[in-house]
Ligand binder design. Structure first.
Ligand code: GTP
Ligand code: MG
Length: 137
C-alpha cells in the first residue's frame, strides 16, 4: 500500500510541535494527500478506538484524544504504513529509537504525540473516518 493515516495528537498540538512534526514527515519522503486541524468528540474517539474497547486504558485514551485539537492527515509514500511506523517509533517513547518522532515529542505511553495506522486496511478506514473524497488530493 502507498498510503497511511496519521494524527498529531492533542499533547503534541498543545506543546507546539505541529510544525516540527510535519517537517520531519515531509523531509522523510511522505507527501500530504489530505490534512486538517480538527477535534474529535468523545463519541468520535470511542468509535475510532473501538478495537481497544476492552483494554484497561480505553477510557483514558478516549478522554485524551478528545480533549483538544488534532492534526489529521493522509500520507503517501511507497510502503507507507510500515515506513511511517518506523518514523514514529515504539508506542512507549521510552522504548522508541533515537530520532523518532515519539522519542522527540511524546511525553508518555498514553500521550505519545502521533498516531500511525497499523495496516493498509486500517489506513483506508481511518482516512475515510476523517476525510471525504473531495478532501483528498
Ligand atoms: P497508535 O498509532 O496511536 O495506534 O499507537 P500504537 O499502534 O503504537 O499503539 P496501540 O494501537 O497499541 O495503542 C493505541 C494508543 O493507545 C497508543 O498510541 C496510546 O496513545 C494508547 N495506549 C497504548 N497503551 C497504553 C497504556 O498502557 N496506557 C495508556 N494510558 N495508553 C496507552
Ligand atoms: Mg495502533
Amino acid at each position: 500500500g502507498n498510503r497511511t493515516f496519521t494524527m498529531i495528537k492533542p499533547d503534541a498540538v498543545e506543546n507546539g510541535h505541529i510544525g516540527a512534526i510535519l517537517e520531519q514527515i515531509t523531509a522523510s519522503g511522505f507527501r500530504i494527500v489530505a490534512m486538517k486541524l480538527t477535534q474529535m468528540t468523545r463519541r468520535d474517539a470511542e468509535k475510532f478506538y473501538e478495537v481497544h474497547a476492552e483494554r484497561p486504558f480505553y477510557g483514558e485514551l478516549v478522554e485524551f484524544m478528545s480533549r483538544g485539537p488534532i492534526v489529521a492527515a493522509i500520507l503517501e509514500k511507497e510502503n507507507a504504513v510500515e515506513d511511517f511506523r518506523t518514523l514514529i517509533g515504539a508506542t512507549n517513547p521510552e522504548d522508541a529509537a533515537e530520532g523518532t518522532i515519539r522519542k522527540k515529542y511524546a511525553t508518555s505511553v498514553g500521550e505519545n504525540a502521533v498516531h500511525g495506522s497499523d495496516s493498509d486496511e486500517n489506513a483506508k478506514i481511518e482516512g475515510a473516518f476523517h476525510f471525504s473524497g473531495r478532501e483528498m488530493f
